[in-house]
Design a binder for this molecule. Structure first.
Ligand code: COA
Length: 151
């Protein structure tokens, strides 16, 4: 059964860190080059510490973590990914439906940045009702104009 949990422990944060690094080629902000130490500090600060700028999530199938998501609270930006072996089964759609409605609940809106070459992700976002409203250096900025569909 698919579910999404907010990350609350260091162990979950380290799982998220690893998954995010595995998806780094698709990300518009390259964070995999940041040292392991600084990455860990980011998660400790944002998840367990005083800073409260990000909400972090893990997607599970049963007890198995299969994806992650982040919501940046000051800009309503969402991002996420599904581990390679679990792509193509509808979990990415479920994850981004969750992230979109959570971002709206927490911030009132939701935005995405996606590389123009990432056609799979763009197709998913369009399916969820996202439209492009900006473009910069090979990156599209998208937001939802209409309520997205729920499965
Ligand atoms: C993008 C990503 C989250 C999609 O997750 P997924 O589980 O593979 O996608 P789903 O099975 O839920 O498919 C949902 C929709 O995505 C699109 N999609 C999925 N796989 C696709 C493919 N191989 N080609 C084209 N579109 C595809 C389709 O619109 C699909 O809906 P449809 O089957 O009704 O056509 C996943 O591929 C991923 O994690 N990629 C790497 C990280 C990444 O790109 N993150 C986004 C950064 S902005």
């Amino acid at each position: 059964m698919f579910r999404v949990d907010e990350v609350r422990t260091l162990r979950q944060a380290l799982i998220l860190r690893k998954m995010r690094n595995e998806c780094s080629l698709y990300m518009t902000n390259e964070t995999a080059q940041i040292s392991r130490f600084r990455q860990c500090l980011f998660y400790i600060d944002n998840i367990l510490g005083a800073r409260d700028n990000y909400k972090c999530y893990l997607a599970y199938l049963g007890n198995q973590p299969i994806g992650y998501g982040l919501i940046r609270l000051d800009s309503s930006m969402i991002t996420g990914g599904i581990v390679r072996r679990k792509r193509g089964f509808g979990h990415g759609e479920s994850l981004f439906v969750f992230l979109t409605s959570k971002a709206r609940e927490l911030t009132g809106s939701s935005f995405l940045e996606v590389k123009e070459k990432n056609l799979r992700a763009i197709r998913l976002y369009k399916k969820l009702g996202y439209v492009t409203f900006g473009r910069k250096e090979g990156v599209l900025v998208m937001t939802t104009r209409y309520p997205h569909k729920h499965r």
